[in-house]
Design a protein around this ligand. Sequence first.
Ligand SMILES: Nc1nc2c(ncn2[C@@H]2O[C@H](COP(=O)(O)OP(=O)(O)OP(=O)(O)O)[C@@H](O)[C@H]2O)c(=O)[nH]1
Ligand SMILES: [Mg+2]
Length: 298
Amino acid sequence: MKSGYVAVIGRANAGKSTLINVLVGEKVSIVSPKPQTTRDRILGVLTEEDYQIVFVDTPGIYKARNALTDMMMRTTENSARSVDFLLYVLDGHDGVSEEDFNLIRKYKALNVPMAIAYTKIDIMPKENIPLDMAKFSDAELDIDVFPVSARKGTNVRNLKNFLAEKMPEGEKVFQQDIVSDKSERFMISEIMREKILLKFDKEIPHGIAIVINTFERNDNGVYEINLDIVCERANHKAILIGKQGRAIKEVSSFARQDMEKFLGGKVFLTTYVKVKEDWRDRPNMLREYGYEDYRGEE
Ligand SMILES: Nc1nc2c(ncn2[C@@H]2O[C@H](COP(=O)(O)OP(=O)(O)OP(=O)(O)O)[C@@H](O)[C@H]2O)c(=O)[nH]1
Ligand SMILES: [Mg+2]
């Protein structure tokens, strides 16, 4: 049996969470077209007959600007240090930049074995792929590069087999049927945050925290969920609610549908929008909203 941890790292919005979801075969991490979607270290577990890979999703590398993003970057750095293998995800459609090379060199210096997933090849001109591959060989990084599409599943099996081979001998860490280390409560709040990321622009989704007040299953089997959507400004609250509450109704409805799929039962969802000025810069608030550094201890 082979078994180990693979941290998935890379710039914000590169496609890390999407790739993990495809590798694991279940949605363990939310996805959006906006950077800084993932805020926590999230484990996604892939178990096959002869191996188990625990993928570690991490917040994308981004210039830290507040206490929350600072904390996210520490989580990523610590996660990269405590694994058997690093998978650097690079947005091929965005192109290979000097910043990527710098980051790849920096992580290589950790002396953890590493490979590159060059993703989103479904939305880029095919002729760019060999040009970028040449850039990698010119840089003499001595790293395997896997062009993949998480959306189409292209080359994902090859990458999976390659990673399985790289895992050390060992027993499973998680039971057969476990796909994530996160609770249902956590996933419910993430589903809500994902719908807000998809609907609203600019600073609004980045300044959101979700607080679950009630999460219960009543006698009829219906899940009763009550949550607060915390935002940073009164004008954000007005936008989140929208004219006659239309915006909040719409996102709540999308969130409810996904929650029902995830929980496998009917959901009665009530949401309230609250303002907590500058919570992202207040360490005590971060803790209250469930954001703590991942310091590398298991
Ligand atoms: N076309 C295409 N889009 C992709 C692919 N992988 C990811 N995306 C899109 O890229 C965007 C970012 O994906 P995420 O998986 O959230 O990226 P991330 O690296 O986890 O981002 P952060 O958590 O913010 O660091 C989303 O809109 C995805 O749908 C792919 O293989 N093909
Ligand atoms: Mg992510």
